[in-house]
Design a protein around this ligand. Sequence first.
Ligand code: RNT
Ligand code: ZN
Length: 425
Amino acid sequence: MNHHPTEKQIRDAYALAKERYALLSVDTDAALAKLAPIPISLHCWQGDDVGGFENPGGELTGGIAATGNYPGKARTADELRADLDVAYSLIPGTHRLNLHSIYAETGGVVVPRNELRPEHFSRWIAWAKENGHGLDFNPSYFSHPLAASGFTLASYDTGVRKFWIEHGIACRKIGEAFGRALGTPCVTNLWIPDGFKDTPADRATPRRLLKESLDATLAEKLDPAYNLDAVEGKLFGLGAESYTVGSHEFYLGYAITHKMLLCLDSGHFHPTETISDKISSVMTYLDEILLHVSRGVRWDSDHVVTFTDDLQAIAQEIVRGGFLGRVHIGLDYFDASINRIAAWVIGARAMQRALLLALLEPFEPMRQFDVTGDYTARLALLEELKGLPFGAVWDFFCLEKDVPVGVGFMDAIRAYERTELARRG
Ligand code: RNT
Ligand code: ZN
């Protein structure tokens, strides 16, 4: 079966799609021009199951889990960068990389997390500069002896809190250095796993401690041209099912009070609760937000992002709200049961496709149905839009951006699996 369309087929299909959308006064070229510069921040941790290089083979803690044992995971930063290069080559456009502090390269020297400095990321910065990737960052409050109790910034132990406050401060400086070096602000996102497996007696004190720790971590003002701080809440983690200190409400209040970014992770709410409806609410009060686009299946399982109704709704809210310039889009999942590079490519392309579908909506006429109360016409149009030839527009975009059309990207993945991944132990 030859599943690859010819260039002529792609161009002919696009020409017809363009005409079809024009009947609704939608300009497909304009939609693609808007889509092209939108960066997706690829999460480095999909490449090695959230392992990092600080403690190879160490246990992943913090109530998150990558399951599966697909061969060929990156074991070194060079392997991870090589894998990322393949992924980026199969995603249209130029995109960002989201690093965790445990991906530092310390040349075999043990550097405590509270002493990490920009120089421990110099090779990441050089690589990002060479390839035009912006960098985002995350302090890592897990997979560490001082996080073994399940508590970090909200610990009752002053020494533990102090260590993690220092880690956060060190990481913000690294984020700032990323921004300076690359000329694009780094979003430094703070997430902690702190919580109790079973019902606590006191829900208030850990939250007061977390607030104090955050205040100390964020005390120094950094230039937003270089570093933007975000906080990420969560409903529960594995082993912290009954109480999570950093809940959504906690961080919503904190972010609004401190005029910083709020991170909404699509896996961090009740299973039937979606982040799409939250976007316009929080954007009423916040300048910018960060999204961790993920896919929970029955729980916060971090499956690869696919083209679900949920994803489409997220993209619609960003586009319809006019929030494209204020929403930082990052991916967050870790599936070790399939080719990890394909996981990046499939998830990133799904996000872009959802954005494209949203950019191809005739928003103004749709909105008029809200205003005039013609809900019947609105429902009819929304249903019709789902069947319009947006796939032809997407294929044309891939052709123009010189990346494989359709599942053609799997050829490159398979070839890389044979030549490179197969050699890894
Ligand atoms: C965990 C959070 C967090 C992590 C990464 C590794 O539930 O989603 O964002 O996935 O920081
Ligand atoms: Zn997340």
